[in-house]
Design a protein around this ligand. Structure first.
Ligand SMILES: Cc1ncc(COP(=O)(O)O)c(C=O)c1O
Length: 399
């Protein structure tokens, strides 16, 4: 049975996190704070590279990359062969999307209203060139993507359903599994941007029924910047031809012809950063050790406490939608730009995020929002930190 972490457990985890001593961090949705052991795993490999020679240290590096792949597969309930190690969310999502091949006039892409702006940019470039369309699946009264409305839109011209599971601009959680059931029933490829979900929510790729799922590892997983995961369902892999390959993803065979890898490594680059993979393997191990279900329970309890107290401050509007909510808390303070709220809090040693329209353009435009301030929590977040953040916001709201 998942349960929030005890205060003693949170304190112990914080003691092993240098950033928890030096900053008040409410930007875990931007990137979280790595543990000392994750830092040490990276340092140790950089030292191996410096002392043995970077290529000569490669065997140890490769072992850690494969360990990261195994642990990532465990985290997502996937097979290791279904996991590519990437440099971030868009790096995986964009590669998988491009690998669908050219689009044709009249073909349709259906997206949730909360789709990440970078994914939309990639889709628009290809769709516009070909005369394909991108259409928005209606949301229900809570703001979440409506699976029934999706079903009513389907015909044989729909070639992709794309969902951002947890939007970047607030606390909503989309019903990824219910949408997956519709996609599976109709045999339509289904991509999930799980950038904010991986490490924050239990993610079971079989349960959500996706063909492709992506996540960066610097957010809830607390991995190094510049690391990410791309999951491609085994049976779907043969339908994806990478837009470009290299010596690793498609080495030339004896006959001089490229031999495309038959696993997700077809999406990896030959040159990677083994030190980052060493840190990533450690971060994955830590998340699995704590248990993502417990992480979810802890984040939910902390985010609810923050949301409730924030809503009581005069002049503050909490902007989160949805019935089930994540650790991302969006708000605005009357009369203040979100970016200036972010700057003023930063002056007090408190980090939050501030997002404009481009991150989630469809949702921001449909709600008439130009900007949101975003305080995102982690299982490391304490009541003392929440108190500090709320004091800072109270001061700004009464100025
Ligand atoms: C939902 C979502 N998708 C995609 C991204 C982009 O991730 P990356 O910068 O790793 O490409 C983010 C980043 O915040 C995000 O929140």
């Amino acid at each position: 049975m998942p349960s929030p972490l005890s205060p003693a457990a949170v304190d112990a985890l914080r003691a092993l996190t240098p950033g928890a001593q030096s900053t008040t961090h409410f930007n875990h949705a931007g990137a979280s704070l790595p543990s000392s052991a994750t830092l040490e795993a990276m340092r140790a490999h950089l030292w191996r590279e410096a002392t043995m020679g970077p290529m000569e240290a490669g065997i140890a590096g490769r072992e850690q990359s494969e360990r990261a792949r195994l642990l990532a597969a465990r985290l997502l309930n996937a097979r290791p062969a279904e996991i590519a190690l990437t440099s971030g969310n868009s790096a995986g999502w964009g590669r998988a999307f491009a690998a669908l091949g050219p689009w044709r006039s009249g073909e349709r892409i259906l997206v949730g209203r909360h789709e990440w702006g970078g994914n939309l940019a990639a889709m628009r470039l290809s769709a516009q060139r070909a005369g394909a369309t991108i259409e928005v699946i209606p949301s229900d009264s809570s703001g979440a993507v409506d699976p029934q409305a999706l079903e009513a839109m389907l015909d044989d011209r729909v070639r992709l359903i794309a969902l951002t599971w947890l939007p970047a601009n607030g606390g909503l959680i989309n019903p990824a599994a219910a949408i997956g059931q519709v996609a599976r029933r109709h045999g339509i490829p289904y991509f999930i941007d799980a950038a904010q979900a991986v490490g924050q929510l239990p993610v079971d790729v079989a349960e959500v029924g996706c063909d492709v799922l992506t996540g960066p590892c610097r957010k809830a997983l607390r991995g190094p910047r510049g690391t990410g995961l791309l999951y491609v369902r085994e049976d779907f892999l043969s339908r994806l031809t990478p837009a470009f390959v290299d010596i690793r993803s498609a080495p030339l065979g004896a006959d001089g012809e490229p031999v495309l890898r038959d696993d997700a490594v077809r999406f990896e680059a030959a040159e990677a950063a083994p030190a980052l993979h060493c840190g990533l393997a450690n971060a994955l191990e830590e998340a699995l050790e704590i248990g993502v279900e417990n992480i979810r329970a802890q984040i939910d309890s902390v985010a609810q406490a923050l949301r409730g107290q924030l809503a009581e401050i005069p002049g503050v509007t909490v902007l989160d939608q949805g019935r089930e909510r994540s650790g991302l808390v969006a708000f605005n303070i009357a009369g203040l730009e979100a970016a200036s709220v972010q700057r003023s809090l930063a002056d007090q040693g408190i980090s939050i995020g501030s997002n404009g329209v481009p991150y989630t353009p469809l949702d921001m435009e449909s709600r008439g929002l130009k900007q949101i301030a975003r305080a995102s929590v982690s299982y490391l977040t304490t009541e003392t930190e929440i108190g500090r953040l709320l004091d800072g916001i109270r001061k700004l709201a009464t100025q």
